[in-house]
Ligand binder design. Sequence first.
Ligand code: SF4
Length: 685
Amino acid sequence: MVEMKYVPTICPYCGTGCGLNLVVVDEKVVGVEPLKRHPVNEGKLCPKGVFAHEFIHREDRLTKPLIKETNGEFREAEWDEALDLVASKLGEIKANNPDDIGFLACARSPNENIYITQKFARKVIGTHNVDHCARICHGPTVAGLARTFGSGAMTNDFISIESADVIFIIGSNNVEAHPLFGRRVMRAKKNGAKIIVADPRYTPTAKLADMYIEFRSGRDVPLINAMMKIIIDNDLQDDEFIKNRTKNYQRLKETVAKYDLDYVAELAETDPKKIEEAALMYAKADKAAIVYSLGITEHRHGADNVMANANLAMLTGNIGKVGSGVNPLRGQNNVQGACDMGALPTDYPGYQKVVSGQATKVVEENWTCTLDGCAPGLTVVEMIHAAADGNLKAMYITGEDPVLSDPDTNHVIEAMENLEFLVVQDIFMSETARYADVVFPAAGWGEQEGTFTNGERRVQLVRKAVNPPGEAKVDWEIMKEIAVRMGAESEQFTYKNAEEIFDEMRKITPQYRGMDRKRLERPEALHWPCPDESHPGQGLMHIDSFAHPDGLGVFEPADYIGPSELPDEEYPLVLTTTRTLFHYHASMTRRCKTLDKELPTGYVEINDKDAKKLGIINREKVKVRSRRGEIEIPARVTPDIMEGEVNIPMHFFECAANFLTTSRELDPKSKMAELKVCAVDVEKM
Ligand code: SF4
């Protein structure tokens, strides 16, 4: 008899966090159905979600531990042998210097795995070298919003956007990258909201707009500063909000006074009238919301871009009310959770600073260990540089694929090859896993219990529908085994299930303290902050006060710092990178046959006038070169990208944009690399 069941869980892809049922027949996931009454997606899914089950039972899933032989080939190994090898090698390197080891946690993995990764790094190894992909995604959001609002997270919940009168979208193509949020923007428009989109590409989101501002990549700060100057010049600032709820206004006023409209229009190669009109539209609205994504953050001045948006919202009193706020759309399904869980070299869970004696004491008491004296660790990009320079000896990477997703691929490969010891834990043989000494087969989505935290801070349960393939194990189980082999006191790594890990985590994470599994079982789950068990959770933040100790928001004026690399004679075009409707990052959606059929490989978008000058025709293969590398890729000739810019989606290793991008100059406030701007040349082949 056929056995069928429906297992409710959360989509494995973007930070929207849509609810869905996995349809399981005879222990196989055969389909996906949207949860009809789910508060995030209300019975709808985008194509990525609809076909999400297609990668689960792929034949190329990793099912046995692999150890690399001296001839460079992998051989299958028993768990005990592989675990013993990793424990002894990490122990050896740790004995010399714990900071010779770096960890990358996985933002697609449940909170419980991430919590254990950072606990393992800190408690078992004794290093704060633990980070994850938010560093090169929304690291600037955490840094920028923490400085201005006191908390580095989305200020409003998703539904709030439907009540906005004006929505200013900058650097976000949410209709493709976060489609179920994009649906709410469309609904807001139907409700009468005016939409302004600022982007160098005329994206599907821009096509929704009442006003589209085309501007040159990397000129966000001047554009937003000019808007603020216009607002102040027209006396449209919210004086009462500024007086009662903020500080540092005078400095903001002095800074933005320098951003004369004509100067900015020339710098950003845009229409001054549009900047003026957008500023007036935004300031005159009763409720105006800002939405942004990686177009704002992935710059060497990413935190400044974020702070400029925060300043604009505070200037007009657009914080703490429904339909307003600063709304960063997070990329991966659990990137918010990975930050919350302390997979950051500077922060314990709950954004408690590792340099704080008080925070360290709380963590030490809970983990029964001594952490004092550990300095903040290295970020993702710093670990890569350190490995390439011979200053980091080992890395333990869970579920991330830096060879594909991090800037300057050739440099990342050099770093991986230079490591004395590399452990990768993944569900497929990723581009990075090929360089590993040991590969552990991990349980994936639908194969484990836990929680994800979506971009609006909603903590939701993810559930197990089927067993992992072969001998694959859940990430926290693997790390627990190594911890015990490395002598961690047994009572500290005796978890029997994910719930026990969650319960330990919430004791030391103030924002999650009031959450327990029973409360999370409700379809609406809970938003953080949820400080105690009677607290209902909070979708809308900063209602009466900001999260700084004095309750005030801080204007953090930002001046223009140009991109680290500008076009020149040799490399005359600006490269930007994006995500598409049919793909997420790479390893999962490219293994979904329906999505792969829709978009099987990459392309470079080039403006039709630039293409004509270069004699390039649509679909023709071209060579794109930068100072770091070159790729061959089909051209997509279009008027929908600004002249002088080209765009490459990030998902396709055979023509990966990251062979071209740069990681040399980092944002001093967030350590973000300049992923959205670099100089390239496009050549007809
Ligand atoms: Fe929802 Fe994002 Fe999944 Fe699409 S990819 S179904 S928008 S969570």
